[in-house]
Design a protein around this ligand. Structure first.
Ligand code: ADP
Length: 504
């Protein structure tokens, strides 16, 4: 391969990478991490790296990865019986290892919480065993006769891996990606003992965080390189407002912290071939989006009004996503004739109920689907005119990027990846055609409403203005190639310059 790396070094073809995550689409998905873990490794592979993915063996993942074959059984802390390592494939050719810890992952549904939305009580043991198994593979102690040069860990569920590997001689380099700093994997000190973690790691410079065991600190303090999923979020998490008490550590590590914007998989998210859409369209046939809008309105019981301005929202219904801000402006939105809102999400029962109640108050104009529904998510991206994303913070955010490609104009709060991907429709940019959406700067109902009002105005302006704005968004390219190349550079840097052990 022609190397695009900034410094000389072996080509990507030489590089063995173990990519560890707790979810990966299409095997198992709760959010953006799955989209990334399902699409970045294949992109790295296309660039020539020998990437293999390792996940917990949830029943859905085992089912989707069939045929699988048992590879090895290893004894790890956190699991009473030996852990089985299963081998499968993601897509055509991505090697996949599934960690089957008896009694730990064989549960249907959400990987992290039970049917009542409560964290599984044995999460520290589940993901602790997962981390120990990743280390066994990383050190070639699982009998695979393959040792990675780089282990790329993602979020707290894999956080212990860089800490455990830092204790090893002849270890692979480690890269840790923060997809959302709000989720840290904090547990009682007792779990530290149950997982038989080396004693010296119990330190404020190690895994201890205010007398609790912090999985994420294993990544933040010990990995050779840290990344997060957008440049703006990389800055934000170094400030108290977004650092959740970890900002000092992140500042300390800032020379080894990079913001690499997530790419998206246009093989899955493309209105010109999306199997979940009844009709296809692209930039040159944007008028055909109308048929998708009609299908969405029918599917959700909204009035089938072609000229209604239809807003969409798909998210985990949690405070982070600013769902309460949407609820705050909802009556004002409904006071404007010919507006509609389609919401898909699940999460906080209070927000779920409030959305259901709003739909009841405005039949035919507000639809709230509570649950997780991938085909409907595609249909909303395809059929809505505008997409609301008022997140209080947003590490990267994928739905606004999908919206751009589907000609669904995003309305976003200027934070994290939203600030890095959507260009505000200011009067100056209306002249140049550079804008792609509407951006507001405070996470308040007033600011959100200001952006919505600008959108309503622009939608009704006579002439093809709205279409041009949507088409400018559709022309944006957020495919993985550039970001995957950047990851390869970071892998090389991590390998060539290992970090000092924080405990000496
Ligand atoms: P986060 O990872 O914080 O949830 P992202 O915007 O990065 O947010 O990614 C969310 C992903 O999950 C997107 O692919 C989105 O379409 C999907 N998603 C979120 N909620 C639902 C839902 N209720 N039904 C279907 N897909 C959903």
């Amino acid at each position: 391969m022609q190397s695009t790396l900034s410094h000389p070094g072996p080509s990507a073809a030489d590089l063995k990478v173990l990519f560890a995550a707790s979810e990966a689409a299409p095997l198992i998905k709760t959010g953006g991490l799955a989209d990334v873990a399902g699409s970045l490794p294949p992109s790295l592979r296309r660039l020539g790296a020998d990437v293999r993915l390792i996940l917990p063996a949830y029943p859905e993942a085992v089912q989707a990865a069939i045929p699988i074959k048992p590879l090895a059984a290893i004894k790890v802390w956190g699991a009473d019986e030996p852990v089985r390592l299963l081998e499968g494939r993601l897509g055509e050719d991505l090697p996949l290892y599934l960690v089957d810890a008896p009694g730990r992952f064989n549960r249907h549904g959400n990987p992290y919480v039970d049917a009542h939305g409560k964290d599984w009580r044995d999460n520290p043991l589940r993901f602790g065993a997962f981390c120990h198994a990743i280390v066994a593979v990383a050190m070639d102690r699982a009998g695979l006769q393959w040792q990675p040069e780089v282990v790329h860990c993602n979020d707290w569920q894999t956080g212990l891996v860089p800490a455990l590997l830092a204790e090893e001689w002849n270890r692979p380099a480690t890269v840790f990606t923060i997809h959302n700093l709000a989720y840290q994997g904090l547990f009682d000190r007792r779990c530290f003992n149950d997982l038989h973690l080396p004693n010296r790691l119990w330190s404020p410079f190690g895994l201890e965080f205010h007398r609790q065991l912090s999985f994420i600190k294993g990544g933040l303090a010990f990995a050779d390189w840290l990344t997060t999923v957008s440049p703006t979020y990389a800055e934000e998490i170094q400030a108290p407002s977004h650092g959740f008490g970890l900002e000092g550590l992140l500042q300390h590590r800032s020379k080894r912290l990079a913001g690499v914007l997530n790419g998206v998989d246009y093989a899955v998210w493309d209105p010109s071939r999306d199997p979940h859409l009844p009709t296809h369209f692209d930039r040159d046939s944007l008028a055909d989006k109308g048929a998708v809008k009609a299908a969405l309105q029918r599917r959700l019981g909204l009035l089938e009004a072609p000229d209604a301005l239809l807003f969409g929202n798909i998210s985990r219904l949690v405070e982070q996503k600013g769902v309460d801000l949407i609820l705050e402006v909802l009556e004002r939105l409904m006071a404007v004739p010919n507006t509609q809102l389609a919401v898909l999400g699940s999460g906080d029962p209070v927000l779920e109920e409030a959305m259901r109640a709003a739909a009841k108050r405005h039949p035919g104009r507000v639809a709230a689907e509570i649950g997780y529904d991938d085909p409907l998510a595609h249909l909303i991206e395809g059929g809505a005119d505008a997409f609301l994303m008022p997140s209080r913070f947003e590490p990267c955010g994928l739905n606004q990027i999908y919206s751009l490609r589907y000609g669904t104009v995003p309305i976003v709060h200027a934070t994290g990846g939203l600030a890095d991907t959507v260009i505000d429709n200011t009067p100056a940019r209306q002249l140049t055609g550079a804008a792609t959406g509407f951006v507001f700067h405070e996470p308040t109902p007033q600011a959100l409403w200001g952006a919505i009002e600008r959108a309503i105005d622009y939608y009704h302006r006579p002439g093809p203005f709205w279409q041009k704005l949507a088409q400018a968004g559709m022309a944006q390219d957020f495919s993985w190639n550039k970001s995957a190349t950047r990851y390869l550079e970071i892998y090389r840097e991590a390998e060539e310059n290992p970090a000092h052990h924080p405990l000496g």
